[in-house]
Design a protein around this ligand. Sequence first.
Ligand SMILES: C[S@@+](CC[C@H](N)C(=O)[O-])C[C@H]1O[C@@H](n2cnc3c(N)ncnc32)[C@H](O)[C@@H]1O
Length: 225
Amino acid sequence: MDQIELKLDHKTITITLPDGVVADPKLLDGGHPLGYVVKQKNATANYLSRVAELLKDIRVDNVLEFCGGIGLIPLTLNDVIHWKKWTTVELDPACKTAYVCPNVDFKLQNMYDPIDLTADLIFMDFPSNTIPKMWREPQRAALLKRIADSRPKYWEITDVGWYWIHLANHWPIYQARFGKQVTRENYHELFDEYMRETYGYQLVKHTLGGGAGYYLFSPVEVKLA
Ligand SMILES: C[S@@+](CC[C@H](N)C(=O)[O-])C[C@H]1O[C@@H](n2cnc3c(N)ncnc32)[C@H](O)[C@@H]1O
């Protein structure tokens, strides 16, 4: 058994990985928890701290998480938002074997397959989302539309676009959709614009760290306290 200690801003968590657990090679990329929790401890702790910072002021009972991995997010948030029911959707059976958080309903399935979307918070810890992937990948667009139609009070999307936006080959895609040059300064504004126009959701808070951005949305008609 491997024991890994992650020092988050608000607590230290200890992950115990069973011997012989091996990620599905088709899913093992830079965004797989069985890769980064072992090889990038500081970045993992930073990512979890940023998620806790993002959500610390919201109150939700019922959470549905896509791309749930080994359960680092519910373990991080159990004393931050005091969730009551957490359902997670994850494709890699190795994540089920290595799962670290008790009291979670683990659904071993593809996120694009049908599932009950009733939740106060939908958390999408995508390994490699960018704004253009949301319209260029039809399966992803269809899932996002189903979520928007289910009107969760809060909707989190993890996105890596900010980290790649210095590469000029990405710029024309944003220029064609938004009519302006994308930059690190305006990436969150374009995300807000896309979510408002496409799904009727507005950006309420975002934060960056550990290799991704974490963007929290609410329906435009909900007035936030
Ligand atoms: C960024 S990690 C999320 C890690 C997770 N938050 C945790 O606590 O371990 C992305 C996860 O998405 C999973 N994944 C990739 N494609 C998927 C799909 N189509 N359906 C469900 N999960 C998927 C990967 O196996 C990986 O565990």
